[in-house]
Design a protein around this ligand. Structure first.
Ligand code: PLP
Length: 234
């Protein structure tokens, strides 16, 4: 399932600078500082060697979706001189929290209280804190994971009793559509939910290869870009 084609350092460098330029342009367009927008390189299904290439180019944040694959990559890179920051963006079952706690720095897909409690316990046992984004299903599409918007206030309340989890903000993933403008209202809805229920939380994890510029215009603080950096997934 690993994609085989490796990018050369030069190719990787030019993709990275192209994305960074687009981030700058989108930020400029709406009067935001590009420094407030983080690029998360979504490396799922791509070989560890590609992560090492991007690490060497100064890209530190990587996103993975499958726990076993993520664990393998984290252990392969454990001795790397530059340490990656691991973000987990896929659905995580509570019974896998024990694995995630060991290496995940930021979880973008927190969507159940049982996962939150389990992760909190595991992180506490390791003496670490894990940053979390609450995944919200703003579109109401029932195939997507994420909590309902009206579950947010109660969830945030309960999270305050879990000291090893540090809430950073909200995350969403709109239904796929090739037209980025179709995603815009979903991004705006997530920002409105943040402003309404969690104004103290700075983070909005939204936007992917096809729509990150629109997401930035709607307030994204971290964009999750896979294909545009690594190529097409099989
Ligand atoms: C795969 C994935 C991405 C990256 O998608 P691209 O279209 O390849 O940029 C972003 N977010 C989540 C949650 C993903 O699963």
């Amino acid at each position: 399932m690993m994609s085989t084609r490796l990018l050369t350092v030069t190719e990787a460098e030019s993709r990275l600078s192209e994305i960074r330029q687009k981030i700058d342009a989108a930020a400029q367009k709406c009067g935001r500082s590009p420094l407030d927008i983080k690029l998360l390189a979504v490396s799922k299904t791509f070989p560890t060697q590609m992560i090492a290439t991007y690490l060497g180019l100064g890209q530190l944040d990587f996103g993975e979706s499958y726990i076993q694959e993520a664990r393998d990559k984290a252990s392969e890179l454990a001795g790397n001189p530059i340490k990656p920051i691991w973000h987990f963006i896929g659905h995580l079952q509570s019974n896998k929290a024990k694995y995630a706690a060991h290496f995940v720095d930021v979880l973008h897909s927190l969507d159940s209280m049982s996962l939150a409690s389990e992760l909190n316990l595991r992180a506490a046992a390791l003496g670490k804190k894990i940053k979390v984004y609450l995944q919200v299903n703003v579109s109401g599409e029932n195939t997507k994971s994420g909590m309902k918007p009206d579950e947010l206030p109660g969830f945030l309340d309960q999270l305050s009793g879990l000291p090893s989890l540090t809430p950073e903000g909200l995350m969403t993933m709109p239904p796929f559509n090739p037209d980025p403008e179709v995603s815009r209202p979903h991004f705006a809805a997530l920002r409105d939910l943040r402003d309404k229920y969690a104004p103290q939380l700075p983070g909005l994890s939204m936007g992917m290869s096809g729509d990150f510029m629109v997401a930035i215009e709607e307030g994204a603080t971290i964009v999750r870009v896979g294909t545009a950096l690594f190529g097409q997934r099989d």
